[in-house]
Design a protein around this ligand. Structure first.
Ligand code: NAD
Ligand code: UFG
Length: 337
C-alpha cells in the first residue's frame, strides 16, 4: 500500500515517512523545500534501508501533482505541506491563505481525478477557541487568533464539506498539540530556519551555545509556577498516530477529527528543569515579558484517539528531552552541515 506524503521532507513529515516504512507501507513524498531539505528523507532511507521517491514540487502545481498520481498507485494521502509560523502569518497573511488553502484544494481535486479517496490532514490545537476549559476535547468550541490558525480551521471546513459531497471518501483531521523531540538515532530531528520560535529548538540551541540564553515568556500566568502549560508530544508518537489514522481511514467513511496529544501539561519551567536533569547540564535562562497571543494552558483530552484510533502516546518527557538534545549535538547546524 503506497502513501503519498505532502511536505514529506519537513519535521513531522519525515518522521512519519520513517514510521510508515517501518510498518511496511511504501511512501512517495512531495515537497517544495520552502522550509526543509531533501537531506531529511535521505536519512530516512539511510535508517530504514528503503527508497522514498521524492518529487520537488509545489502542491499548488496541479499538473506536477497529477503526474505523481499517474506514476504511483497511491491509496491514501497525508497532507503536511503548509506554512506554520504563527508570527509570520500575522505579517504575511495572504502568503498563508494562498499556500495553505490552495494547496489543500488542489490536492483534493487531483486526488478526485486519480480516484484516491482517503486523506489525513495536519491540523492543530490552535483551532480551539481560548474560551474552552482544559483538557480540550474534539467537540470544544473552535476559533482562532491568527491567520495561520484560520488556515487550519478553513482547511478542516473545506475537507469536511468535500467529503460530505463525496459519499465514499474518508478524511481524518488530526489536531496536534506541541510536537517536540527527534528520532532516537540522532540522525533526524527538527531543523528550523533562523531563530526558532518554538520552545524546544530554542532550548537545544541555547544548550549548545548557538543562542545565549532562553527567555521564558512570562511567569505571571494563572498556572502552578506562573509559566505557560502545554501538551508536549514526542514526534515519533505523533508519527505513529498517522499510521493509526491511515488504518482508521481505510475502514471508515466520512470525516473524523482527533486530538494527538499526551493529555499531560508541562510548564515552561518544567521543560527547562527536565532538560537540565536528563541531559546533565545547566541551561542559561531568565524570565522575560509575556509573548503576545500566548494562552496560559493548552492540553488535550486524548481519549477519543485512544478509543477509536487505538493509539496512545508512549514516550516520556525524558525521551523528548534526551532525543531532542541527541539530535542537536549530532547536527548543530541541522541538515545543512
Ligand atoms: P515543516 O515546515 O517542517 O514541514 C512542512 C513541509 O511542507 C516543509 O517541508 C515545507 O517545505 C513543505 N511545504 C510547505 N508548503 C508547501 C507547498 N505549497 N508545496 C509543497 N511543499 C510545501 O512543519 P512541520 O512542523 O513538519 O508541520 C507539518 C504540518 O503540521 C504543517 O501543516 C503544520 O502546520 C502542522 N502542525 C505543526 C505543528 C508544529 O508545532 N510543528 C503543530 C500543529 C500543526
Ligand atoms: N516559550 C518561551 N520562550 C521561547 C519560546 C517559547 O518561553 O523562546 C514558551 C511560550 O511562551 C509557550 C511555550 O513556550 O508558553 C510553548 O511555545 P511554542 O512556541 O513552542 O508553542 P505554542 O504552544 O505557542 O504553539 C505551538 C505551535 C503552533 C501550534 C500549537 C498547537 O507553534 O503552530 O503549538 O498547540 F498551533
Amino acid at each position: 500500500m503506497t502513501i503519498l506524503v505532502t511536505g514529506g521532507a519537513g519535521y513531522i513529515g519525515s518522521h512519519t515517512c520513517l514510521a510508515l516504512l517501518e510498518q511496511g507501507y511504501d511512501v512517495v513524498a512531495v515537497d517544495n523545500f520552502c522550509n526543509s531539505s531533501p537531506e531529511s528523507l535521505r536519512r530516512v532511507e539511510e535508517l530504514t534501508g528503503k527508497k522514498v521517491p521524492l518529487y520537488e514540487l509545489d502542491v499548488r502545481d496541479e499538473a506536477a501533482l497529477k503526474a505523481v498520481f499517474a506514476r504511483h498507485d497511491i491509496s491514501c494521502v497525508i497532507h503536511f505541506a503548509g506554512l506554520k509560523a504563527v508570527g509570520e502569518s500575522v505579517q504575511l497573511p495572504l502568503n498563508y491563505y494562498e499556500n495553505n488553502l490552495l494547496s489543500t484544494m488542489t490536492l483534493l481535486r487531483v486526488m478526485d481525478g486519480a480516484g484516491v479517496k482517503n486523506i489525513i490532514f495536519s491540523s492543530s490545537a490552535t483551532v480551539y477557541s481560548t474560551e474552552n476549559t482544559m483538557p480540550l476535547t474534539e467537540t470544544g468550541r473552535l476559533g482562532c487568533s491568527n491567520p495561520y490558525g484560520w488556515t487550519k480551521f478553513m482547511c478542516e471546513e473545506i475537507i469536511t464539506d468535500w467529503v460530505k459531497a463525496k459519499a465514499d471518501w474518508s478524511a481524518v483531521l488530526l489536531r496536534y498539540f506541541n510536537p517536540v523531540g527527534a528520532h532516537p538515532s540522532g540522525r533526524m530531528g527538527e531543523a528550523p530556519n533562523g531563530i526558532p520560535n518554538n520552545l524546544m529548538p530554542f532550548i537545544t540551541q541555547t544548550a549548545c551555545g548557538v543562542r545565549k540564553e532562553l527567555v521564558i515568556f512570562g511567569d505571571d500566568y494563572p498556572t502552578p509556577d506562573g509559566t505557560c502549560v502545554r501538551d508536549y508530544i514526542h514526534v515519533m508518537d505523533l508519527a505513529e498516530g498517522h499510521v493509526a489514522a491511515i488504518e482508521y481511514a481505510a475502514k471508515h467513511k466520512g470525516t473524523e477529527v482527533f486530538n494527538l496529544g499526551t493529555g499531560t501539561g508541562y510548564s515552561v519551567l518544567d521543560m527547562v528543569k527536565a532538560f537540565e536533569e536528563v541531559n546533565h547540564l545547566s541551561l542559561p535562562h531568565r524570565i522575560g515579558p509575556r509573548r503576545a497571543g500566548d494562552i496560559a494552558q493548552c492540553y488535550a483530552n486524548p481519549s477519543k484517539s485512544r478509543e477509536l484510533l487505538h493509539w496512545t502516546a508512549k514516550r516520556t518527557l525524558k525521551d523528548m528531552c534526551a532525543d531532542a538534545w541527541h539530535w542537536q549535538q549530532q547536527n548543530p547546524r541541522g541538515y545543512d552541515a
